[in-house]
Design a protein around this ligand. Structure first.
Ligand SMILES: Nc1nc2c(ncn2[C@@H]2O[C@H](COP(=O)(O)OP(=O)(O)OP(=O)(O)O)[C@@H](O)[C@H]2O)c(=O)[nH]1
Ligand SMILES: [Mg+2]
Length: 435
């Protein structure tokens, strides 16, 4: 039975990531940008998990894009993916959310939210047994942070699927707006009961990562590069469901979140650069696996040398990888005295293997090796990441700066949100077993 995945993309950040993501997924499932399948062997692919088959036999993604600002949606409708993405499922308003959670949720968001929820219900009705609703946006702006909460609340009607998020959170030194911290804390709080797992990404980390990965680059790193990287991560995390033989997404997340509330995960992708493309190393997964456990191998600015891994899922993809290789690599990782795993977790690493060669969208400036590995992990140093958001929130709120823009919100909502996120931070703090 097909277990479908629905994806929602909100705001400028989400919609621009959608453009890159669907190009990547279409290549992986051998679907042209006109929606026509060119796969020779249907058995190894299950395109209907993420694509809907139309009456004429072509495919269109099971997704909805929405933004209160018309520009990102208009450029998607006229862009490279204009024949792949169904315009019916891209909803736009007339005016953006002004970088303000309250404006994006209660003012401009209200003009399109009913329409978006209707489209999401349609997407659900078109599924046989939807297993996951993944949503992608930035927590920093007005529309993604504000409106997404109302859209995901449809989940209350359909409890049988999980919701996962891939979101761009504020960067420590490359922030573009002070209100990002209000929007982020308010968003994290309003999503806390609606989302089962949150993948934390920041542009600063991916920017530096892209600088290293794209050798011989002639011009600067752009959002297109960062979005291509996020797409590979998202592709890596969903590949278990998309190809036969992989573990279900639900299994993955169940093993990663040992305590309620501790659902902020980091990810890391290894294998998409030239770094490992020399000598015999390419023929073995060990260097890729070891690289995943370096101190800064995370999707957001965090120090993995501090604290410990609660759980880590290592998702391998490649034709020539054997389960025995994986077992040996992970055995060595667990025996490595430099790495700390929670003392209470008897089996802190979970692995999965898809024996299909990785592929990459033609427009991406990254390169893939013959194998790729994605780490999805829960690490106690997430406490410092959340603390950083709280500290910046406090700096603003002490003077109540910018609060007057949040017209439809009461002081109490700010305080409550801050309190709830502090509790999440405390969960991470209290789980460290090696003090
Ligand atoms: N990775 C990535 N980040 C983006 C992109 N576009 C914007 N951002 C980041 O997203 C944050 C702002 O969020 P937006 O998505 O622009 O905001 P929005 O949800 O459209 O909200 P409003 O415009 O306020 O209604 C900033 O931190 C930007 O740096 C993108 O294409 N890729
Ligand atoms: Mg916008």
């Amino acid at each position: 039975m097909v277990r479908e995945i629905i994806t929602l993309f909100a705001g400028q950040c989400g919609v621009q990531i959608a453009n890159s993501f669907w190009e990547q997924i279409a290549v992986e499932h051998e679907i042209s940008l006109d929606g026509i399948s060119y796969a020779e062997n249907d058995e190894s692919h299950a395109p209907t998990i993420m694509f809907k088959e139309k009456l004429d036999g072509s495919y269109t993604p099971r997704c909805c894009l929405f933004d209160t600002d018309p520009i990102p949606i208009e450029s998607t409708r006229s862009g490279r993916l204009k024949n792949l993405l169904d315009p019916e499922y891209s909803v736009m308003g007339k005016e953006g959310g002004a970088n303000c959670y309250a404006y994006g949720r209660y003012v401009t968001g209200k003009t399109i939210v009913v329409d978006v929820i209707r489209k999401v219900r349609n997407l659900l009705e078109q599924c046989n047994s939807c297993c996951n609703m993944t949503h992608v946006c930035s927590t920093n702006g007005g529309t993604g942070a504000g409106m997404m909460t109302d859209v995901i609340s449809t989940r209350a009607e359909h409890k049988h699927f999980d919701t996962h998020s891939y979101k761009v959170y504020p960067s420590p030194t490359m922030g573009t707006m002070p209100c990002h911290y209000y929007n982020t804390i308010l968003h994290m709080n309003s999503m806390s009961d609606l989302c089962d797992a949150n993948i934390v990404i920041d542009n600063e980390t991916l920017y530096h990562e892209a600088e290293q990965l794209i050798k011989n680059r002639k011009d600067d790193i752009t959002f297109a590069d960062i979005n291509a990287h996020i797409s590979l991560i998202l592709s890596g995390c969903t590949q278990q469901n998309r190809y036969p033989g992989g573990a279900d997404l639900k299994h993955l997340i169940t093993n990663l979140i040992p305590f309620a509330g501790a659902d902020y995960l980091h990810v890391y992708l290894a294998g998409c650069n030239e770094k490992f493309e020399y000598g015999s190393e390419l023929s073995h997964i060990a260097p890729l696996t070891n690289h995943l456990f370096d101190g800064n191998s995370a999707s957001c600015v965090m120090n993995l040398d501090e604290g410990e891994y609660m759980c880590a899922a290592i998702l391998y993809r490649g034709e020539n990888i054997s389960p025995r290789d994986i077992f040996e690599c992970l055995y060595k990782v667990k025996a490595d005295k430099r790495l700390k795993f929670a003392s209470w977790a008897p089996c802190p690493t979970k692995s999965s293997l898809i024996q299909i060669k990785p592929v990459i969208a033609p427009t991406s400036r990254f390169q893939l090796n013959s194998m790729s590995v994605v780490k999805v992990a829960n690490h106690t140093s997430m406490k410092s990441v959340i603390q950083r958001y709280l500290t910046n929130f406090d700096a603003l709120y002490k003077k109540k700066s910018f609060v007057h823009w949040y017209k439809d919100m009461e002081d109490q909502q700010f305080l409550e949100a801050r309190h709830q996120i502090e509790l999440v931070q405390k969960v991470y703090e209290s789980t460290v077993s090696y003090q």
